[in-house]
Design a binder for this molecule. Structure first.
Ligand code: G1P
Length: 288
């Protein structure tokens, strides 16, 4: 069994739930407090021992590429002004991981985006992290899945139980039992509530094996007239075992405005440098 050292982060989408800001700014660059959302995802990978990351971008997403590049002029100025903390903040991450980019030429679905990672993955298993799902966990969400993968030596989908009213926003798994790690029996992308086989929703974290690409290459359009990753995984699961793993931690849907605000508040309140000031603001506003 190959060790999971590669990760893929699709970041090509339009961000239609977050207009008008996403007209010119990639949604992945919107900050939670002072850090772009995609940097949290990259840090999650690094904390899980990932050494190589492929970010799938599209036209209009060059600021993501710039964010993960050196900025020598800024570094020079920070050094000159003895701003060592800020200098470290913008340089230390890039020393820990190799980041590659590829452009998805046509935005026709998550399955198609993942197919752009075929040569990057080669013969290796890889982690897949979706930028709309931010996980705050004691053990990084993707690390939890890597450990599950090491037990079963098969693809693992990170899931979370959601409210019935929300099942139509997710890929939903039917599993063999209610264990944390469980064999997937069926998968449906964005089912109507009455057709959902369970409430176990795929939640933006996966460990996949390279055999997924064979299915993605021949995958027709599905929900939303898009090439859906869930549909390709469902076909894969007919020929070999695929597992779901119930992640432990707090998940934010930062592709939605309310989820984004909740993440912003929680991250503020977990930061020693600002938490008191922010808590005072909240208390103050609650009184009015
Ligand atoms: C994608 C996947 C879906 C998954 C969701 C959250 O949907 O297609 O299966 O449940 O992410 O991780 P999207 O939110 O991009 O429409």
């Amino acid at each position: 069994m190959g060790k999971v050292t590669k990760a893929v982060i699709p970041a090509a989408g339009y961000g239609m739930r977050f207009l008008p800001v996403t007209k010119a700014i990639p949604k992945e660059m919107l900050p939670i407090v002072d850090t772009p959302t995609i940097e949290y995802i990259v840090r999650e990978c690094v904390d899980a021992g990932i050494t190589d990351i492929l970010i799938i971008v599209s036209a209009n997403k060059n600021s993501i590429i710039n964010h993960f590049d050196r900025n020598f002029e800024l570094e020079y100025k920070l050094k000159e002004k003895h701003k060592d903390k800020e200098f470290d903040e913008i340089t230390e991450l890039l020393k820990k991981v190799n980041i590659f980019f590829v452009r998805q030429k046509e935005l026709i679905g998550l399955g198609h985006a993942v197919l752009c990672a075929k040569s990057f993955a080669g013969n290796d298993p890889f982690a897949l992290l979706l930028g709309d799902d931010l996980w705050r966990c004691r053990k990084p969400a993707i690390k939890q899945l890597i450990e599950a993968y090491e037990k079963v030596d098969a693809p693992v989908l990170g899931v979370k139980v959601v409210d019935p009213k929300d099942v139509s926003s997710y890929g939903i798994c039917k599993t063999a039992d209610d264990e944390k790690l469980s064999l997937v029996l069926d998968l449906v992308e964005k089912p109507k509530v009455e057709e959902a086989p369970s409430r176990k929703a795929i939640s933006g974290r996966y460990i996949l094996t390279p055999d997924i690409f064979t299915y993605l290459e021949t995958q027709g359009r599905g929900a939303g007239n898009e090439i859906q990753l869930t549909d390709a995984i469902k076909r894969l699961s007919v020929t070999k075992p695929v597992y779901s793993y119930e992640l432990t931690g707090k998940r934010y849907d930062i592709g939605s405005v309310v989820g984004f605000v909740e993440a912003t508040l929680d991250y503020c309140l977990s930061r020693n440098d600002i938490k008191e000031a922010v808590q005072d603001l909240i208390n103050d506003k609650a009184k009015k």
